[in-house]
Design a protein around this ligand. Sequence first.
Ligand SMILES: Cc1ncc(COP(=O)(O)O)c(C=O)c1O
Length: 297
Amino acid sequence: MEMSYDDRPGQIWLDGALVPWGDANTHILTHALHYASCVFEGERAYGGRIFKLNEHTRRLFDGAGVMDMTIPYTIEGIDAACALVVHNQGISDGYVRPIVWRGAEMMGVSAQSTKIHVAIAAWEWPDYFTDRMTGIKMKWAKWRRPDPATIPCHTKAGGLYMICTLSKHDAEKDGFADALMLDYRGYIAEATGANIFMLLADGKLHTPEPDCFLDGITKRTVSALAEARGYEIVQRHIMPEELAGASEVFLTGTAVEVTPVREIGEYSFTPGDLTRTLMEDYDAEVRRAIPATQNAA
Ligand SMILES: Cc1ncc(COP(=O)(O)O)c(C=O)c1O
């Protein structure tokens, strides 16, 4: 059994200071716990440096803005705090979780004057999926990504993850590693914490248009890596039946990195050369030494 996340050695950055891990608590009447008034980030450190830190921090601030929450720190301050936490925990390769939420000063749907809290925790983290080149098996999710008019779909707001947890639990109960969600129109959307790419017969890499779900930072990184290898990226609406013509399929995300897919419902694929190449290119990219002036990028 995994060590519980509420009691670990080390410290968590909470509202501007490092506190002992087990003391980084919030009250039961915290607004975010009842009404999902929170946004978070998921980042990875490689060799002690957080990959695309500044992009993640900017997305956190953008998401908080959409959620009508003003973060009481600067982007540079949060970048520095994330780096501090990784250093303080002595992490080389690990995961970083900043979170912003409304406190307990008010209880009810309206919560205009609640305090906006920020915390950052980090821990050592191995691969998200263990059977990397084998490829994972996925189940179709019965829950869909909603219409952008109904929810702030481009943020990492906590409320959006209810759909992901329900879908992932359902898949795991049936022995699958993850679920693939369609969107409200029936197009392929994303996995529960990752974006999807497929190599079709035209030799191009196709990926769903992120018009109602997260446009992942890893998706953009991997698209650039594939283009550098001469592949054309086609971002468009993709119907589930089109998977019948896919030779290779893989997921991308901060947590899953580049993960090959072996099966989605009735469709199967063989992880191949392109997937392997992009896995290697991504591994090299996240560990690439960059000039000190770009250190926060
Ligand atoms: C629902 C969802 N989609 C996609 C992604 C991939 O985004 P990124 O590559 O920025 O980590 C994530 C992870 O953050 C996610 O939670």
